[in-house]
Design a protein. Structure first.
Lengths: 264, 405
């Protein structure tokens, strides 16, 4: 009986496995097909940008309309400064009148921008620099930012707020006030918490820019709001009430209510 | 007899002198209160109007003369639209919102209408966050406007209040209140403009301005349909107040040399001048209060001391000290000052409620804090005016007084 029931269960399991397998294969095939279709629909520059992103490289896109002196000078500058950095960057030129690159021009909304215009795009998609009509080595260098800064910039560019927690050690937890703020229903979808260890050498320039001391035995919370407003800096004991109060204060601008989005 | 009964008797027995002294104080305080009241409400009105306007800096073509804020974009001259991106990408401190506009007069079903092209803020604001080096800088004093994704401020109705809009499709229009009412249009309806069909996204609340009769569409659509090219008539800028006052206008002029940069302060300059004049007038009346009220009070007090020599002498012979006599006169002055100040506040407030709408075109209500100012000023003036007569009375010799009798 026992043997029978075991042998009898084999075909049932086999069918079940077959069905699951078929579903997985179909799903994967459809997914792959969609991905192939998406990749195939990408323009040359979009493909180049996607590839650079995968390889953790920066992409410099120079948008241009006319081949005037400014355009030639900008392109020459890009070549001179980036040709030796092919392991970390790629650079391309886009004619804004090229129908093939219409989507890209639309994505960045630069069809009416002064030309030539170069955008520096971090591997995560954040635009870390924009240069109108002229560019030089210093400008280019400023476009390379730390991972935490590029994450903060991407978040701000998505019209979300950032709570940057600069922790004294890698194992420090998120401050309670930050957790509570992030849990408030009207804020939870418009705020991102970015954690960084104060000791990380690649973040030292960013922390210096924020005027956050790296030799601190307490967590520092830096509160930023789009488009790039420094709302305030707090220690790890900050409460959600303090964060809300500072946000409301920062949102008050000259005669125009800047921050109305959360009225709890 | 105590001090209260002596003062009461004095005021009852000589009402004419009291009324004369009081009248001078009441009139002066009335003028002071009425003018301060109208000035305060007028200033509030201007501040309120500025708040509602949103933009406080206008960038116009060089040859345009600005006469009216709301119709500042109604002219044939244009400036390149690329100035908008130039501004957004510049990372200039104090520029909080940029709203370009292009106006095209057209007709719909035989009716004239101004089709106004506007650029959604979503297409401008993202450029402002591309400045890696400019971000995260604390802007003390006047902070930049926060632009978090938000259904309320992103709603199309925000155009009426903020004069800018977060999102607008290329085939959508927003209607001014009058235009929508005159044509019986509501959100969701469709409308044909310059040979193209548009969906009505929303209708704006009435603002009492020329905007009520306008139709707003995406700037690029208006440019395409009117074949205007990549140009605009005006760029409205919401600048941080402190920065506008501290050189933002100069920076804008340097950056965009082919344009004229006008601050809203220029537009409301007339109202501000009137307010300044009213404030100066109130100070002038304050000076008159001190001079006329004080002189009148001092003269009445001196006369009172001379007339009451016998009574003062008798009081002192009965044991009243010079200090008591001084206090007697000063207490009377305080009473007169208080009564005159409060009466002046009441009459002044009532007068302001009539004068405000008639002369400054503002509704005025009584301001309780002015009662304190009125009473305080009147008491101070009467005290100063009565001090020397009181000292004179206190220094009287009772023997000489009786000899005169």
């Amino acid at each position: 009986m026992v043997m029978l029931s075991k042998t009898g269960s084999f075909p049932r399991k086999g069918w079940a496995l077959l069905i699951v397998g078929a579903i997985v294969v179909t799903g994967t095939t459809v997914g792959t097909a969609q991905e192939v279709q998406r990749v195939a629909s990408l323009s040359k520059v979009e493909t180049s940008r996607a590839a650079a992103s995968k390889q953790n490289k920066y992409t410099f896109i120079m948008f241009w309309k006319d081949q005037d002196d400014a355009t030639k000078a900008m392109w020459n500058n890009l070549q001179q400064n980036l040709a030796g950095k092919t392991d970390t960057t790629t650079f391309v030129a886009v004619n804004t009148n090229d129908p093939a690159e219409e989507n890209l021009v639309k994505e960045y909304g630069v069809s009416r921008a002064p030309m030539p215009l170069t955008l520096a795009i971090a591997p995560n998609g954040a635009i870390t620099g924009s240069f109108v009509k002229q560019i030089n080595a210093d400008y280019i260098q400023q476009s390379f930012v730390s991972p935490a800064k590029s994450r903060c910039m991407l978040t701000l560019q998505s019209r979300k707020m950032v709570l940057l927690c600069v922790n004294p050690g890698a194992k420090s937890g998120m401050p309670q006030g930050v957790q509570n703020f992030k849990a408030i229903p009207c804020y939870k979808d418009v705020v991102e918490v970015v954690s960084v260890s104060a000791g990380e050498s690649e973040e030292s320039a960013f922390l210096q820019e924020l005027e956050v001391t790296q030799q601190n035995d307490q967590t520092t919370v830096v509160f930023m709001a789009p488009p790039g407003v420094m709302v305030g800096k707090f220690n790890g004991n900050v409460t959600q009430e303090q964060l809300i109060a500072e946000l409301k204060k920062a949102g008050k601008s000259c005669g125009v209510d800047g921050c109305k989005h959360c009225k709890e | 007899m105590n001090m209260r009964s002596i003062i009461g008797k004095e005021l009852r027995e000589r009402p004419t002198a009291m009324i004369a002294s009081l009248l001078a104080i009441v009139l002066s305080v009335t003028a002071l209160v009425a003018i301060r009241n109208v000035t305060i409400f007028s200033e509030k009105e201007v501040a309120g109007k500025l708040d509602k306007l949103g933009a406080n800096v206008l960038i116009l073509p060089k040859g345009v003369t600005l006469q009216d804020y709301y119709s500042a974009d109604m002219h044939a001259e244009t400036i390149p639209e690329e100035h908008v991106a130039e501004l957004a990408l510049s990372g200039l401190t104090g520029v909080e919102a940029i709203s370009p506009k292009l106006c095209v007069p057209t007709t719909v079903d035989g009716r004239k209408v101004i089709l106004t092209g506007i650029l959604p803020q979503a297409e401008i604001q993202k450029m402002a966050s591309w400045q890696g080096g400019m971000l995260f800088k604390k802007h003390d004093g006047c902070k930049a406007k926060i632009n978090v994704a938000d259904e309320k401020s992103d709603a199309p109705e925000a155009l009426a209040e903020r004069r800018s809009l977060q999102d607008l499709g290329e085939s959508e229009v927003i209607l001014g209140a009058d235009y929508a009412a005159a044509n019986g249009l509501k959100p969701g309806d469709s409308l044909e403009l310059l040979g193209e069909k548009f969906a009505v996204l929303t209708t704006l609340p009435a603002t009492g301005t020329v905007d009520d009769g306008r139709v707003f569409a995406h700037l690029h659509t208006v440019q395409r349909l009117s074949q205007s090219g990549e140009v605009v008539n005006i760029i409205e800028v919401v600048g941080c107040c402190e920065d506008v006052a501290n050189g933002l206008v100069g920076k804008l002029e340097t950056m965009l040399p082919g344009t004229k940069v006008v601050t809203i302060a220029n537009v409301v300059q007339t109202q501000i001048s009137i307010n300044r004049m009213m404030t100066n007038l109130s100070y002038l009346f304050l000076a008159i209060l001190v001079a006329v009220g004080g002189a009148s009070m001092a003269s009445a007090s001196f006369a009172n001391v001379i007339e009451r020599r016998r009574e003062i002498g008798t009081l002192m012979a009965l044991g009243a000290t010079p200090r008591f006599v001084t206090q007697l006169f000063l207490a009377k002055a305080v009473l007169l000052g208080l009564a005159g100040g409060l009466a002046g506040y009441v009459v002044g407030s009532v007068l302001a409620m009539f004068l405000g709408p008639a002369f400054a075109d503002v509704s005025v209500l009584p301001i309780p804090s002015l009662a304190l100012l009125a009473a305080g000023t009147a008491i101070l003036v009467t005290l100063i005016a009565s001090y020397f007569p009181a000292r004179q009375a206190a220094n009287l010799d009772p023997c000489i007084c009786f000899k005169e009798v």
